[in-house]
Design a protein around this ligand. Structure first.
Ligand SMILES: [Zn+2]
Length: 73
């Protein structure tokens, strides 16, 4: 199970910075998270929830597929 982008996490406005938002759980700014699950801290409630629900990190699942394909050749 995988999503292309992980952007449905709760966000809050960063005080004093007009267009900056961050995850309400791990406080990492959205530009740093950049739509990926691993952009959140490992301790982030949102990240933990999705990982427990079976969602894979984009990077790992891509690498996994590539290594499988290599073995088949
Ligand atoms: Zn987070």
């Amino acid at each position: 199970m995988k999503k292309a982008y992980y952007i449905d996490y709760p966000q809050e406005h960063v005080e004093g910075q007009a267009h900056t938002y961050r995850c309400v759980y791990c406080k990492v700014v959205t530009t740093k998270i950049n739509g990926s699950l691993e952009g959140h801290l490992p301790s982030c409630e949102y990240r933990i929830k999705l990982e427990q629900a079976g969602f894979e990190k984009n990077e790992r699942s891509t690498n996994h597929c590539e290594s499988l394909c290599d073995q088949m050749d």
